[in-house]
Design a protein around this ligand. Structure first.
Ligand code: PGA
Length: 243
């Protein structure tokens, strides 16, 4: 599974160029779950224009309909045939003060309706203190007792790796992904073992080193997904190695 997270980037011109560059670079089509989360305002246009991308999602959602100015609800995602929603991205946590309590409500409202990609990850300070696993366990605590379906997915995104050009060692990522799978399995009511994506400075240069690892089920790609050609290169690498 490879998902592009465009964050607050893009324009009509950008996605049109992106589409040409992506299609020119893509080697072969496979059944890989391939998705893009554009800014929501472009969702409909991109869904009809980027037919080369099978799954179009959103970067965030709210957990209720009604008087909540600026929000987009799960019912609207269903109405628009949205394929997935990212939740709990570290930028939402840091810039918009989202806490585990709020993210839990979002997960509960999405659960079994829209595929959910829950982002978790430790900061540099937490990593240096050796508390990565404790932090991840705390962030995953919100799924305790939930019946999760097949499409519940986790993205491990160390905060210090996002947009920084830094990444953990592939072996460390692999170990953390195994840990995440074990924790979700023990916390969920139905012992669900989730797919775990790695996110944080993934490029077409380093992707192979991550995809080689057993417990890395794909990637959530930010910066390198903004150019169609570099995103296609990452997809090509994944298609040549996984599934
Ligand atoms: P990055 O972002 O690939 O630019 O590091 C990843 C993300 O934040 O999802």
């Amino acid at each position: 599974m490879i998902i592009a997270n465009w964050k607050c980037n893009g324009s009509t011109e950008m996605y049109k160029t992106w589409s040409v560059d992506f299609s020119n670079e893509l080697l072969h089509k496979k059944d890989t779950y391939l998705g893009i989360a554009p800014p929501s305002i472009y969702f409909g246009d991109i869904k009809s224009y980027l037919t080369c991308i099978p799954f179009i999602g959103v970067q965030d959602v709210d957990y209720l309909d009604g008087p909540r100015t600026g929000a987009i609800s799960v019912d609207m995602l269903i109405d628009m045939d949205c394929n997935f929603s990212i939740v709990g991205h570290s930028e939402r946590r840091q810039l918009f003060n989202e806490d585990n309590e709020l993210i839990k409500k979002k997960i509960e409202s999405l659960n079994n309706k829209i595929m959910t990609v829950l982002c978790i990850g430790e900061t540099m300070v937490e990593s240096q203190k050796g508390s990565t696993k404790n932090i991840l366990e705390e962030q995953l605590g919100i799924i305790k007792g939930l019946e999760l379906n097949e499409s519940f997915t986790v993205a491990y995104e160390p905060v210090w790796a996002i947009g920084s050009g830094l990444t953990p060692e592939p072996n460390d990522i692999n170990e953390i992904h195994k840990y995440i799978k074990d924790v979700v399995q023990s916390y969920s009511a139905n012992n669900h073992i989730p797919g775990v994506l790695y996110g944080g400075s993934v490029t077409d240069i380093n992707a192979e080193s991550f995809f080689k690892k057993q417990y890395v089920d794909g990637a959530l790609v930010g910066g390198a997904s903004l150019k169609g050609a570099s995103f296609a290169k990452i997809v090509n690498i994944f298609n040549g190695m996984k599934q």
